[in-house]
Write a protein that binds this ligand. Structure first.
Ligand code: SF4
Ligand SMILES: [Zn+2]
Length: 337
């Protein structure tokens, strides 16, 4: 199969996104010599093992695509990433994260595409690969259209296994083209096949709570999208609650085209996805900042703990009993403003 990147010339923006970039507020300023941040977490492995994973948030050039929901532009530099900046950032992050233990994994998230030459200068890739030599798995983010020879070469240079994180977001046939820029669902499938044929792992992002989808269908579409990703060959799916960080999403919410996302939506989505995927791959709820989705103080901690248990054990566990549920069916309370 030819590399997905060879089809780049055929990429067309699927809807007119003029105005999306203009609607963004000013972004913060970052130092090209410092990573934006880093954090350790423990992840469930494919073989039911637990593994420490270090996520390093690198500061680099902004993504050239304009996906409607994306808020990653806030964490980028105003221009092309300077040569040498990313190895310097990574070396600093690794020194701060030491000691690295056997079987640790790393995610290099640059708020863009790792194989975009403006975001990650190709001359820096060998040094980045060397810096990642203590890790058994190295995860980077990429748009499906940017996979190709640079990705395959980087995978070959690593001591550990490369994993590509790709956003599918949804397989809803009319919502997908309104959200995503420069790709189709078939591009995701092609890129996943291409990666898996080379022994490269695939992690997929699916969004929970999208505009133009009724609130009661949030979970169902997230679960169907997770199943699609796994059937296409992805190893694992992260269910991510949509964060309305872009001016356009805020506007859609004001117009009533985007229902507020609550903790129960994420619980419902994970339950449904675990049921549909049925062990064919890993499905997890992204727990970053999820307490902010809670609307009931009495049960919020227990609901987050339940999600963590389901992530770890990959099975549906008993739902949380709270008076807010009986007040509003399966709700965890009234919608936040
Ligand atoms: S390709 Fe990824 S980083 Fe770029 S706008 Fe889309 S979601 Fe954001
Ligand atoms: Zn409650």
């Amino acid at each position: 199969m030819s590399p997905p990147g060879s089809q780049r010339a055929a990429v067309a923006t699927t809807i007119d996104r003029s105005g999306v970039r203009e609607a963004r507020p000013a972004k913060p300023t970052y130092d090209a010599r410092q990573p934006i941040g880093q954090r350790w977490e423990v992840e469930r492995g494919v073989l039911a093992s637990q593994r420490r994973s270090l996520t390093v948030f690198l500061a680099g050039a902004e993504c050239p695509f304009t996906c409607l929901f994306c808020d990653l532009w806030q964490y980028t530099l105003p221009s092309q990433t300077p040569a040498g900046a990313l190895p310097h950032q990574l070396a600093g992050a690794l020194a701060a994260a030491a000691p690295i233990e056997a079987n640790d994994a790393i995610k290099l998230y640059n708020a863009s595409n790792f194989f975009d030459r403006r975001a990650v200068p190709p001359g820096d890739l060998p040094e980045i690969a060397d810096l990642c030599s203590p890790f058994t798995r190295v995860t980077v983010e990429s748009h499906p259209k940017l996979l190709g020879n640079a990705c395959a070469d980087f995978a070959d240079r690593l001591s550990g296994r490369l994993e590509i994180a790709m956003g599918l977001e949804t397989v809803h046939p009319t919502v997908f083209p309104r959200l995503k820029d420069g790709m189709t669902i078939e591009d995701f499938d092609t890129a996943t096949t291409w990666a898996k044929e080379r022994g490269i792992g695939v992690r997929t992002f699916v969004l929970v709570g999208l505009p133009w989808i009724a609130e009661e269908s949030f979970a169902g579409w997230a679960a169907r999208s997770a199943l699609h990703a796994i059937e296409a060959g992805a190893d694992r799916v992260s269910l991510i609650p949509l964060r309305a960080g872009s001016g356009t999403l805020t506007e859609l919410r004001k117009r009533g085209e985007l229902a507020p996302i609550r903790l129960r939506h994420l619980e419902d989505a994970l339950e449904k996805a675990l049921g549909l995927v049925d062990g064919a791959g890993l499905v997890e709820a992204d727990l970053w900042d999820v307490p902010a989705l809670a609307t009931c103080d009495r049960c919020a901690d227990r609901r987050v703990a339940r999600l963590a248990t389901m992530n770890r054990e990959q099975r549906i566990v008993d739902s949380v009993e709270c008076s807010c549920s009986t007040d509003r069916g399966s709700s965890d309370g009234p919608a936040p403003e």
